[in-house]
Write a protein that binds this ligand. Structure first.
Ligand code: ITT
Length: 196
């Protein structure tokens, strides 16, 4: 089976990527690859952070691997929280604190349009390759649902009337920013790996 290491410490991302890619791929977590260190994230763009995380892991294992950096961009907040999405309410903020901060920032705004963006950096044949995925949507007025992670209780994808946290994971994982970026990566790899 084809194997790739996913350079993330976010167990939700691993679960989603395994569902997106299906049984053709063996996606190894950092722990399964024998890595326990924190990943650096000092960039000012999603691309920079994805690259930094991928390079940190390649340096340790010298195997094909990929990292992903993602963020929520809210139009009336000029694209914030963007690259700081995970730390919106502070360095060690919980998802609930981040969601509350977002609701607070938007409380006077009617325009709730936003998008999730994911950038994947794949280390393959001694080069980095980038893939991007975007999903448009709106920010709800209150938290709803318990599936998923992060801002899923607030993000209502375009074409739906419920947030990701209320939709079946199979729906999220067929339309999300992450699904789109990961599918682009899978298509790239399909062209380069001969059928077994
Ligand atoms: P790694 O860096 O270890 O991969 P992380 O959680 O720190 O994990 P990011 O730096 O990419 O990941 O932060 C992205 C944040 O954006 C994430 O923590 C969530 O708060 C939010 N986010 C990204 N994708 C999301 C999704 O599908 N649903 C809800 N929130 C999401």
């Amino acid at each position: 089976m084809k194997s790739l290491v996913f350079a993330t410490n976010n167990a939700h991302k691993i679960r989603e990527v395994r569902q997106i890619l299906g049984s053709d791929w063996n996606i190894q977590s950092l722990a399964e690859a024998g890595i326990s260190s924190d990943l650096p994230e000092t960039g000012t763009t999603l691309h920079e952070n994805a690259e930094e995380k991928a390079r940190a892991v390649v340096h340790l294992i010298q195997l094909p691997c990929f990292a992903e950096d993602s963020g929520l961009e809210v139009d009336v907040l000029s694209g914030a929280p963007g690259v700081y999405t995970a730390r919106y309410a502070g360095e060690n903020a919980s998802a609930v604190e981040n969601n509350q901060k977002l609701l607070q920032e938007l409380c006077d705004h009617q325009d709730r349009s936003a998008r999730f963006r994911a950038v994947v950096a794949l280390w393959w044949n001694d080069h980095l390759h980038f893939f991007e995925g975007v999903i448009n949507g709106t920010i709800a007025h209150q938290l709803d649902g318990s599936d998923g992670f992060g801002y899923d209780p607030l993000f209502i994808p375009e074409g739906y009337d419920q947030p990701f946290a209320r939709l079946p994971p199979s729906v999220k994982n067929s339309i999300s920013h992450r699904a789109r970026a990961i599918e682009a990566m899978a298509e790239f790899l399909k062209q380069r790996i001969p059928n077994e």
